[in-house]
Design a binder for this molecule. Sequence first.
Ligand SMILES: Nc1ncnc2c1ncn2[C@@H]1O[C@H](COP(=O)(O)OP(=O)(O)OP(=O)(O)O)[C@@H](O)[C@H]1O
Ligand SMILES: [Mg+2]
Length: 214
Amino acid sequence: MILTVAHTKGGVGKTTISIQLATYLKAIKKVDKLLLIDGDPQRSTLDAISERNSNDKYPPINCAQYLTGKELVGQLKSQRDTWQQIIIDIGARDNNALRAALMYSDALLIPVQPRGFDLQALRDLHIVMDDAWSLDAHFKAFAFLSMADSQGSSNAESQEYLSNYEDITFLDAPIVRRKAFASTSLAGISVFEESPKDPKACKEMENLVSQLYS
Ligand SMILES: Nc1ncnc2c1ncn2[C@@H]1O[C@H](COP(=O)(O)OP(=O)(O)OP(=O)(O)O)[C@@H](O)[C@H]1O
Ligand SMILES: [Mg+2]
């Protein structure tokens, strides 16, 4: 499966969740043929995975940076049968790389912060998604709450707002704002690989993965 993690809005948690998904699949699900693609010139994903791979303690993850639409299309065409799972972390811009990734993806995962401006910003991404579908892209779109509150009404209100998008499946699997997500992602490791583990963060990841890869 080719999964693109994207949002045209910056700072919503795309890189964090891309790293958490890839490291979960590697460490917990033991997926051998896994490729994580950094499609963002900021190279945060690549840097984090380099940090991981420099430590013998963790199973290494294949990570490559492809930045242009042309390069991404070429690499996806030639490599898609090599890997069981491909995860693409795309930068926060409507550019050719995002559009190319969508054309080849089976799934799009959209991290949405439960805040008004963030929810409104989905309009811009949705235009890009519609363009891709009109060109016969086949991906299914999923959204989840990223950096969600651990309590309060924002999560439920956001879910209600997201239900207006009938072509986006809402995953009831909020990833709460937790130190463990920020610190482990920076080191390129899963919340499951940290010691001691944050059990709440682990449970949230398990829930997200089971809904996304069901
Ligand atoms: N669940 C979380 N809990 C705590 N901090 C988080 C969480 N998710 C993301 N962050 C923090 O929020 C900031 C933005 O996250 P991240 O870099 O993953 O977003 P992004 O969408 O990839 O940003 P960009 O658009 O710049 O690529 C980072 O400092 C990250 O550590
Ligand atoms: Mg990022």
